[in-house]
Design a binder for this molecule. Structure first.
Ligand SMILES: Nc1nc2c(c(=O)[nH]1)N[C@H]1C(S)=C(S)[C@@H](COP(=O)(O)OP(=O)(O)OC[C@H]3O[C@@H](n4cnc5c(=O)[nH]c(N)nc54)[C@H](O)[C@@H]3O)O[C@H]1N2
Ligand SMILES: Nc1nc2c(c(=O)[nH]1)N[C@H]1C(S)=C(S)[C@@H](COP(=O)(O)OP(=O)(O)OC[C@H]3O[C@@H](n4cnc5c(=O)[nH]c(N)nc54)[C@H](O)[C@@H]3O)O[C@H]1N2
Ligand SMILES: [Mo]
Length: 763
């Protein structure tokens, strides 16, 4: 099996800087990147080039010479590896053997080259032709009840493939269209929508040029969206104050050296990023933000009494919001001590943060998984919105709410119809444009899919990307059941663990990556995607594909749909769509005319096109028709509170991984090296547990009597780290077995991968 990559990186103080340049050349040097891969990076995230397959951060209209970061470059170089995972490899290794390999070792085999079919008799994947694959899968799908089949999407495939995938599902007969979003920002899609009427953020890139304060909650930019560090650095230089809420002191938010700025690289003095760093406890955000709101209201009352300019934007609150009085009442009846205990932050610190808000004209709230992946995640988002609403900080320049999305097209997949909720699907348009009647009942989200699978009711699975069996909670329960499915199909670039849990019939369908050319009848095809700011861009690959047998995701969806639906509806013109993707975009434009009109022309303008957002225009598509204040019923985002010996564990990404794809075993920005099987712990907590650094422990889920299932992960090395009391940290996906399936956000069912209640057991 492959060894770890050679690692010449030394830990370098700040995020960005020389360490990040070394980080990406390491992948090249390790022989993973094929010839010319580094040159390909020059057209990453540029008009006329391809869009990075890593995060969903904006692609600015005036890009830098190198508009990519360490991790975007890693993702591209990883895609463009010279290694190949061929039929010979599968002939050598049985699936039972591969099931014992790590994702790292599986991915290190390189790019998949041929369609493969699982042969149960030999327990091996064997080479198949595309025709055999499409016909074989179609035959199986047509034997199954469509309602027992799930079509998952992992957030990378472009708008064209995604739009058609949703139509395929509905024409076949189900709405079971979960997306990686169900484990990620679904809390935003549901929770933010509840309070602002919009399921996505209201900010635009240039708002960052006009804000005076940013409340930055539970997102790790140095690792997960490094290009945001450029505009943040510019903002700080202008005098904008960043207040961070995060249990870990993340490097990118403390200091940053811009690797694109030669002067700063030579002189080596990083920019200090945060004005205040509030190390909240896991799940402490509701209380912390409430404390900040409490101070803002106090400051407003003082200003009012003194006849000075108000802090509260009374007119905005009156005209545009609902629920203010109830919220203020709760705020007043909650005393500081409760807020200090629940947040882990002292009153003077919360007051100082409130003062920054009160003194700022324009404020932005930014957040990530630290808010969304909690049982009361929706309420945490609601509390951040409460803070912004107090001074009318939504719907004007330099202000707003900005969730940082994960996969590079995860927001776009939802926009063009990948949703299990029928009310969000364009069913009228399907009827009008395609004579397509869609199933009436809602489909399954990720948690519901898993529950159905565990009950034996979900029998078929297609994955458009992803490594779902590995990314989900409750592995110990999920993994054995996965193999009981009748059909599993994976559209993928590289081999992963989920592929090594085949159902009774199973196929792997290898696809192109974004930087590769996609030649169809009308020539090389463009695809498109949507970023965190709701901008849509074209992307075109120019590299020769990793194998002549690869197909694009769009072509695979068309091939599967055509074989399965077999001419049932003449308006579903799979061949014509595949021949020329601009026809799919015309259809997207007809389906969503307000947002996507003239898509083919507009997607290639610098900076892409903006599809608009009603909340940004202060049109609130909520139940009350106004922006909603959230009156919280919990002071912590965790679903299970404190008890003697109980800790709250946050599961994190390292700087050397993309979700379940592990590039290496170090976490440069956190100064950690060599192993991912670690549990980060506050030194005082180590002492009070009678443990010592380097000792191995087991973490056990403490479900507080909710169920009898035992959940444990052993072999974790105790590692001292600067954390709040009672908060532990470790890595996703190694610790996923600890997250119960039922432990999820109340509104959206997003698994609560942060704030998992655990106990520590020796050995
Ligand atoms: N290089 C790289 N880039 C990526 C990814 C990757 O794996 N690697 N993944 C992509 C995807 S799909 C996503 S969704 C995004 C994820 O990007 P993030 O939203 O940054 O997600 P996480 O890495 O899970 O880290 C969340 C942050 O929240 C903090 N946190 C944990 N619990 C709490 C809490 O209770 N309160 C607060 N305030 N903070 C808390 C953690 O310390 C951490 O800094 O990144 C995307 N980009
Ligand atoms: N405990 C815990 N669990 C979590 C999280 C957490 O923070 N903590 N985060 C959650 C989040 S935010 C997310 S988004 C999910 C991620 O869940 P997924 O999206 O399901 O997982 P990934 O690891 O991103 O999928 C990687 C696989 O996708 C395939 N792939 C890569 N590129 C392409 C491509 O261009 N096309 C196709 N078709 N396939 C491709 C490769 O085969 C690769 O092995 O995990 C969730 N799970
Ligand atoms: Mo995500």
């Amino acid at each position: 099996m492959a060894d770890t990559l050679p690692d010449p990186i030394e830990y370098e103080g700040s995020a960005g800087g020389w360490g990040s340049l070394k980080g990406m050349t390491r992948i090249e040097l390790s022989g993973q990147a094929g010839p010319g891969a580094a040159a390909t990076l020059k057209v990453q995230n540029k008009p006329g080039g391809y869009m990075c397959s890593s995060c969903a951060w904006a692609k600015p209209p005036n890009p830098h010479v190198f508009e990519f970061c360490e991790n975007g470059a890693k993702a591209t170089l990883w895609d463009l590896t010279s290694k190949r995972c061929t039929p010979d490899f599968f002939a050598e290794h049985s699936v039972s053997e591969l099931a014992g390999w790590s994702d790292y070792d599986l991915e290190m085999q390189g790019r998949l080259t041929h369609p493969m079919r699982y042969d149960a008799a030999s327990d091996r994947y064997v080479e198949a032709s595309w025709e055999e694959a499409f016909e074989g899968i179609a035959a199986k799908l047509n034997q199954l009840d469509p309602k027992s089949v799930t079509f998952y999407a992992s957030g990378k495939a472009g708008l064209e493939a995604s739009y058609l995938y949703a139509i395929f599902a509905r024409a076949y007969g189900h709405n079971n269209l979960p997306d990686s979003s169900n484990m990620c920002h679904e809390t935003t899609s549901v929770g933010l929508k509840k309070v602002t009427g919009s399921s996505v953020g209201t900010c635009q890139l240039d708002d960052l040029e006009h804000c005076d304060a940013i409340f930055y909650c539970g997102q790790n930019p140095g690792t997960n969206s490094p290009r945001i560090l450029h505009p943040l650095q510019e903002a700080v230089k202008r005098g904008c104050k960043i207040i961070v809420l995060n249990p870990l002191r993340e490097k990118g938010l403390l200091e940053f050296t811009n690797p694109q700025n030669p002067k700063q690289m030579t002189l080596g003095s990083p920019t200090e990023m945060s004005h205040m760093y509030l190390q909240v406890r896991a799940g402490g955000d509701i209380a912390a933000l409430m404390g900040i709101c409490k101070r803002v209201i106090e400051r407003d009352e003082q200003a009012k009494a003194a006849g000075a300019a108000r802090v509260l934007d009374e007119q905005f609150v009156q005209q545009h919001t609902h629920g203010f009085d109830a919220f203020i009442e709760t705020l007043k009846s909650t005393d500081w001590q409760q807020l200090e205990t629940a947040s882990g932050i002292s009153r003077p610190q919360l007051e100082a943060a409130g003062d920054v808000y009160a003194e700022a004209k324009n404020v932005i709230g930014i957040y990530g998984m630290g808010l969304t992946q909690h049982v009361h995640g929706s309420q945490a988002i609601g509390m951040l919105v409460n803070l912004l609403l107090l001074s009318g900080n939504i719907g004007r320049q330099g202000a707003g709410i900005s969730p940082i999305r994960g996969h590079s097209n995860v927001q776009g997949q939802r926009t063009v119809g990948i949703t299990e909720k029928t009310k969000l699907a364009p069913v009228e348009k399907y009827r009008e444009l395609l004579d397509l009647e869609t199933p009436e009942e809602d489909g399954r989200n990720t948690v519901e899919f898993l529950e159905a699978m565990l009950r034996g009711e979900n029998k078929g699975f297609i994955g458009l990307g992803g490594n779902l069996a590995k990314a989900v909670p409750d592995h110990l329960r999920v993994h054995p059941a996965w193999r009981d499915m009748e059909l599993t199909v994976h559209i993928a670039t590289k081999l992963n663990s989920t592929h090594c849990m085949p159902g009774k019939a199973s196929w792997i369908l290898p696809c192109l990556v974004r930087a590769e050319e996609d030649i169809q009848e009308s020539g090389n095809q463009q695809v498109s995607m949507e970023d965190s700011f709701s901008h849509i861009y074209g992307s075109i690959g120019k590299r020769e594909p990793a194998s002549e047998h690869l197909k694009s995701e769009t072509a695979i969806v068309c091939g599967l749909a055509k074989a399965t639906l077999d001419g049932r509806n003449p308006k579903l013109t799979w061949d014509a769509w595949q021949a020329d993707y601009s026809r799919i975009r015309d259809l997207i434009a007809q389906t969503f005319p307000d947002e996507f009109h003239d898509m083919n022309a507009r997607m290639n303008q610098p900076g892409g096109f903006y599809r608009g957002n009603a909340a940004r225009d202060r049109i609130w598509k909520t139940e009350s028709g106004k922006a909603e204040f959230t009156d919280p019923d919990s002071l912590t985002s965790c679903g299970i509170g404190d008890a003697q010996g109980r800790y709250h564990l946050v599961t994190l990404r390292s700087n050397d991984q993309f979700n379940t794809t592990i590039y290496g075993h170090d976490d440069r920005l956190r100064g950690l090296k060599g192993s991912r099987m670690i549990v980060l712990m506050r030194p005082e907590d180590i002492v009070s547990e009678g443990l010592s650094e380097g000792e191995e422990v087991t973490l056990q889920t403490d479900s507080d009597g909710h169920d009898a299932q035992e959940r444990a992960v052993s072999g974790l090395t105790v590692t001292p780290y600067d954390l709040p009391k009672g908060t532990l940290a470790g890595y996703f996906p190694e610790l996923n077995a600890l997250v119960p399936l039922w432990y999820h956000d109340k509104l959206s069912q997003t698994p609560a991968s942060k704030g998992v209640p655990v106990r520590i057991v020796r050995g």
